[in-house]
Design a protein around this ligand. Structure first.
Ligand SMILES: [Fe+2]
Ligand SMILES: [Fe+2]
Length: 290
């Protein structure tokens, strides 16, 4: 199937594909949904050069909560993403699956876990990254419905916003199960942040748009991983678990990997001109020698 791109709310300037001069708008933010396992990591690494060539993103932000074998992230996984030019990594309910990430979350500035986790839990919920004098604040939030988060996303986002200080743009990754919470967060922050982008369900939604106040919104950007499985898991294992109602060991599917994300284009501070959904199959691999 061909990759697809749908643009919502695109201004003529944004669609004309002009290039950004240092320190000036427009700014383009590429946000990539949950990277699942080794197949997701290699899909990200293979797709990023193509997306850079095509869209010249100013910033690249990636949700990495499933990077390590489908659950959690290791320092090595994070370093690999940063080495590929990822500016910031967001996380979610699987943040603490791998213990080796705990000290890394405390010492590395550009990786964030949900801001509304307990203050006692390792890591922080906000960071600021900068390119050519443009400052992007990144906030990670967890939904409170069906997910374990110690504090309210709706009250803690105010604290998170105040932590950012002077920034040109703000990206909020709202990692949540319930669509209602994500839609409500979009409205709650409309006009105050550049984009509210949903993650966690691993399934992209068809509601990308710029809200009336100028905030780009989508309920879920989808995942970067195998479409041939069940939200990342080998499909026969997922089906067996549902069929038998017994414990089944889950492994990450390797079938039909795609990168899923969005590109947010901006020409004014804290406002989006457009949000474009990016659904891209992993580029074909050269045949192995021998
Ligand atoms: Fe996920
Ligand atoms: Fe999640």
């Amino acid at each position: 199937m061909a990759e697809s791109e749908a643009v919502a709310g695109g201004s003529p300037a944004a669609q004309a594909g002009e290039t950004r001069r240092p320190g000036e708008h427009p700014v383009r933010i590429l946000f990539v949904g949950d990277v699942v396992g080794g197949i997701g990591r290699s899909t990200l690494l293979d797709c990023l050069p193509v997306l850079r060539e095509r869209h010249s993103p100013t910033f690249v932000v990636v949700n990495g909560e499933n990077a390590a074998g489908g659950l959690g992230i290791t320092p090595k996984n994070a370093e690999q993403m940063f080495a590929a030019g990822v500016d910031a990594i967001t996380l979610g309910n699987h943040t603490y699956h791998r213990r080796e990430i705990y000290p890394y979350l405390e010492t590395h500035e550009r990786i964030v876990r949900p801001a509304n986790f307990l203050r006692s839990q390792p890591g922080k919920g906000t960071c600021v990254v900068e390119h050519d004098g443009v400052r992007l604040g990144v906030i990670n939030l967890s939904g409170n419905l069906y997910l374990r988060a110690g504090r309210s996303a709706f009250t803690e986002v105010e604290v998170a916003l105040s932590e950012l200080g002077e920034v040109d743009h703000v990206l909020v990754d709202v990692h949540a199960e319930a669509t209602s919470e994500k839609v409500a967060m979009g409205w709650h922050l409309d006009g105050r942040v550049t984009c509210v982008l949903g993650t966690h369900t691993h399934v992209p939604t068809a509601d990308a748009r710029v809200l009336p106040g100028g905030t780009a919104y989508i309920t879920d950007v989808g995942m970067t991983g195998p479409r041939g499985g069940v939200i990342g898991v080998k499909r026969e294992q997922a089906v067996e678990a549902l069929l038998t109602q017994m414990p089944v060991r889950f492994e990450t599917s390797e079938e039909d990997p795609w990168l899923m994300g969005v590109l947010v284009s901006c020409s004014q501070r804290l406002r989006a001109d457009s949000i474009e959904q990016l659904l891209m199959p992993r580029p074909p691999q050269p045949p192995r020698a021998g």
